[in-house]
Structure formats: C-alpha cells, structure tokens
Design a protein around this ligand. Structure first.
Ligand SMILES: Nc1ncnc2c1ncn2[C@@H]1O[C@H](COP(=O)(O)OP(=O)(O)OP(=O)(O)O)[C@@H](O)[C@H]1O
Length: 285
C-alpha cells in the first residue's frame, strides 16, 4: 500500500507554491520532508491532509483511492494530521481533546473501544497524569503532545506530522520521534514528517525528501542523499558530514573552519567516532 503524489501543483491565489511534486510513501515507512523555510513543506502536507486543495496532479492511496475525493469523515479514518501550531479548542480537557481523534469512528457517544485508544495515546505521549487539565492551561510543548496524541488515537493509515517537535524540549523531541518511528513500523503506517533538524531526520527517518521551491530535488536514505553540495544548494550553508553510531550527521562550518578546510570538504574534523561519508552529486536545477 502506497501513498502516491503525482505531479502535484498547489497555490495560494495565483501564486504556485508546490510545482509538480512527486512523492511515494510505503506503509511502514517514515519519510522526512526537508527544505528551507517557505519551500512548500507545510503546503504539501496540508494538501495531503485535505486542508488545501490542489490545482493539478493527484494524491492516491492504496493503488487508486483518490484522497482528495473522500468525504471528510472517511478521509479522517485514513489520514491523521498534526499541525505546526496548537489551535486547540477552548473548554476541553486533555482527555476530551484527544478523544476528538476518535470522532470519525463513533456516532453520538464514544464507545469503550474509543476510550481505550484515547488512554493508550495519552500514555504514549506522557499525558496520562494531565488528563483532566484544561487545554487552555497547557504550555506550547504540552499542547503539541496533545495534538500528537489526538493523531495517534485516530489510528490512521497515513500520519502527517508538520514539525511536531518544534515546541518540545529534547526529551519530548526524542520521545516524539521514537513514537513516530514505532507507530510507523508496528502499525504499518505511511508517515511523513516535516522536520528542520537534519541530524534528527537522519537518525529517525527511513528516507528523506528535499523540497526546493515546491519541487522534490532529492529523495532517498539520508546517508545516500545528504551531501555538502545538496545542503549548500538547499540552505546556502557549508557543512561537513560524518557518521556517528551508524547515522550520517551534518555539521555546519563557521567561516574560519570553512576557509581552513576548503569548500565542500567531506573530511570530518570531529575525531574517532566520526567518519567521512561518501555522497552522491546532484545536478543543479
Ligand atoms: N495561507 C497562505 N496564503 C498565502 N501564502 C501562503 C499561505 N501559507 C503559506 N504561504 C506561502 O507559501 C510558501 C510556502 O509556505 P509553506 O508554509 O508551505 O513552507 P514551509 O516549507 O512549510 O516553510 P517553513 O519551513 O517556514 O514552515 C511561502 O512562501 C508562504 O509564504
């Protein structure tokens, strides 16, 4: 089963933002969506989630279901979306806010089964102690964890996470990425995560996709895709790469280090645990 995005075009008014993007995500795969600010990551994710509409191309699931044609309730049984910002409803406690993830499944009243999903999701996100607190009392990071729990309670086939760790402290950043990876694997979910931290993406995702100006310019496992040339092209930053505990890592160079090492060096300066990475070259657009 595959989420397939073909030649997708999305804009705001006359301005095109996603300009013919292609992407495939298999069940059980966590794909990191990378790219500079404004490259179109959120727009792409929101379009898959049915929030933005596209002007051209297609978004299909499982060999032919056109996600853009599904009724909202049916779409919500397949796709869960964790937005960048909080925007939680007033007057709800945390448990009720997480229960919103179950609304596609029940009629007027939640069933026992729905509460089981709610409690499990709250526990996963470390919210079980906070269940009765009002969502209006939460810190930014706690609110973000509620949104992730709501998406987990939804028990989706496709999980879309838009920078879910941006408000979290390091413990919950790692916990969230671990949960995203575990849910993807154990529940066989197709997951896309927009993320800025290249090193966390390398650590937790199966594949990374770089978006530049609304177009996918690189797609593959982080160790194959990351290169100083690509990162310079996307972010305008000189970096060197290393491998730490089996994961490719990116180290931005200061001007001084940069002139010392020379342009586009892949030589690690970080000691025994770090080894230079071979990389592909990408043609400039
Ligand atoms: N609601 C909107 N109306 C008009 N333009 C928008 C809207 N949302 C986003 N844009 C524009 O679309 C472009 C892509 O924005 P988008 O939020 O998709 O980028 P992004 O890659 O997610 O950025 P970031 O890394 O900063 O979150 C930007 O130029 C942005 O100004």
């Amino acid at each position: 089963m595959t989420l397939k995005i073909d030649s997708l075009e999305v804009g705001y008014g006359k301005r095109q933002v996603v300009k013919g993007a292609n992407l495939k995500v298999e069940k059980g795969e966590l794909v990191g969506l990378l790219g500079s600010n404004g490259s179109g990551k959120s727009t792409l994710i929101k379009t898959i989630a049915g929030i933005n509409s596209h002007t051209k191309g297609s978004i299909t699931w499982n060999g032919g279901t056109d996600l853009t044609k599904l009724a909202r309730r049916d779409l919500a049984k397949i796709v869960a979306y964790v937005p960048q910002s909080i925007g939680l409803s007033f007057g709800l406690d945390i448990r009720e806010a997480v229960l919103l993830g179950r609304t596609p499944y029940f009629g007027t009243r939640p069933r026992d089964e729905d509460w089981v999903h709610v409690e499990a999701a709250m526990q996963r996100m470390g919210l079980d102690e906070l269940g009765d607190r009002s969502v209006t009392e939460l810190s930014g990071g706690q609110g973000q964890r509620v949104l992730i729990a709501r998406a987990l309670a939804q028990d989706p086939e496709i999980l879309l996470l838009d920078e879910p760790t941006s408000a979290l402290d390091i413990r919950y950043q790692w916990q969230t990425l671990e949960v995203a990876r575990d849910v993807t694997r154990k529940k066989n979910v197709a997951a896309v995560i927009a993320i800025h931290d290249l090193n966390q993406a390398a650590r937790f995702t199966d594949r990374v996709v770089f978006l530049q100006d609304g177009v996918v310019i690189a797609d593959g496992p982080p160790a194959d895709v990351y290169s100083p040339e690509l990162i310079k092209r996307v972010y305008g930053v000189d970096v060197e790469l290393s491998v730490h505990k089996g994961f490719v890592q990116v180290h931005p160079l200061s001007d001084r280090e940069h002139s010392h090492l020379g342009l586009h060096s892949t030589t690690s300066a970080l000691g025994h645990n770090h080894h230079p990475v071979k990389h592909r070259d990408y043609a400039t657009a």
